[in-house]
Design a protein around this ligand. Structure first.
Ligand SMILES: Nc1ncnc2c1ncn2[C@@H]1O[C@H](COP(=O)(O)OP(=O)(O)OP(=O)(O)O)[C@@H](O)[C@H]1O
Ligand SMILES: [Mg+2]
Length: 327
């Protein structure tokens, strides 16, 4: 099957993810796929939470922390600024404290507490998670392409969704129970229980958002997850292990994309021994890929003679990836 067939055959799969080890071509393929789909008239958002701002690099445009930036008609890119999101959280918390207690200024001890808690890695993770949920639940695009950070993190993200889910299940369950008690007490004492309800509603709101996003991520009908690999034995082994782990989280695997395949025809030319060796090494690895993943490989992408940056080379890559001429 061709990569383009996947999109024709499964038009409901509007959440696309490219996973794989560091530096294999996830961002490059995310950008090229976004370009291809936009050229086909689809409204596409390609987004990343990577602080390295790699979409800015590939599109040669500063988009970090700028919201959805239009690259070409129909193609939008977004780089989430997690630090900024954490700062916004802090401001919100400060404002809430000021409002609740009618203070003019946050007391020193509370301020240092706020500072300390936002230095926690969990805070940044949750800011990122929240940003992604924001993006996917809004639903303004035909396609969402999530340019993932290297594998470990993607797995972390998925496990986080299920942990969050379990945790919230528990909390909301408890709260529901509490609410029953509260109601009984309130009825006896005629106390107002709207404050309690606010907390409960907030929890339900979070729960529904997380539910919606983790459902999307693991919904075979809506999601296509692609693995990017290169013809190297170590990478193949790592990819297979990762694929097993992803299966454990029920992530629907759409197929594999093999990147950086060196043109074998070069062997007929006068080329340096190191290149000959690399081609021989790739030949072995390509055999392994064919044997183990064969029919699940959707595209074989050649090694380009320069890095892929800017719209022209993105288009060149998209054309070979999708085996189709584009304007
Ligand atoms: N087929 C190719 N030919 C030549 N260069 C390529 C090819 N594919 C990717 N590259 C280059 O390899 C580098 C890494 O690619 P890319 O940034 O897409 O990887 P990544 O998987 O997103 O990395 P990270 O894990 O750091 O996010 C980039 O400089 C890119 O231009
Ligand atoms: Mg990347």
């Amino acid at each position: 099957m061709l990569l383009s067939d996947i999109f024709e055959k499964y038009p409901d799969r509007q959440y696309l993810m490219f996973g794989g080890k560091g530096g294999l071509g996830k961002t490059t393929f995310s950008a090229a796929t976004a370009y291809y789909l936009a050229k086909k008239g689809k409204r596409v958002l390609v987004f990343s939470v990577d602080p390295q701002a790699s979409l800015s690099d590939i599109f040669e445009k500063d988009i970090f922390g700028q919201g959805n930036v239009e690259i070409i008609p129909n193609l939008f890119a977004c780089e989430v600024d997690a630090d900024q999101r954490v700062k916004n959280y802090q401001d919100e918390i400060r404002q809430k404290i000021i409002d609740m207690y009618g203070m003019k200024k946050i007391p020193e001890e509370i301020e240092s507490y706020i500072q300390a808690s936002s230095a926690e890695p969990a805070m940044e993770e949750s800011a990122i998670f929240d940003a992604v949920v924001d993006i996917v639940v809004k639903g303004d695009f035909d396609y969402y392409i999530y340019d993932l950070v290297p594998l470990g993190h993607a797995l972390y993200y998925l496990s986080m969704a299920s942990i969050y889910d379990a945790w919230l299940e528990k909390i909301t369950g408890l709260r529901e129970q509490m609410r029953e008690y509260d109601k009984a007490i309130a009825a006896m004492t005629r106390e107002d229980d709207t404050a309690q309800d606010e907390i409960y509603n907030e929890l339900m709101y979070i729960k529904n958002r997380i539910g919606a996003s983790s459902k999307i991520m693991t919904d075979t009908k809506k999601t296509a997850f692609f693995f990017v690999l290169t013809p190297e034995e170590m990478i193949i082994a790592d990819t297979e292990n990762a694929a097993k782990l992803f299966a454990k989280y029920d992530v629907p695997l759409a197929g594999y994309l093999v990147n950086r395949v060196i043109d074998r025809a070069l062997l007929k030319e006068n080329i340096p021994p190191y290149l000959k060796n690399r081609i021989a090494m790739q030949a072995g690895a390509l055999d392994t890929i064919n044997k183990r993943l064969g029919s699940s490989v959707l595209s074989w992408v050649p090694e380009f003679d320069s890095e892929i940056k800017g719209l022209k080379s993105i288009r060149d890559l998209a054309e070979v990836m999708f085996e189709e001429k584009l304007s």
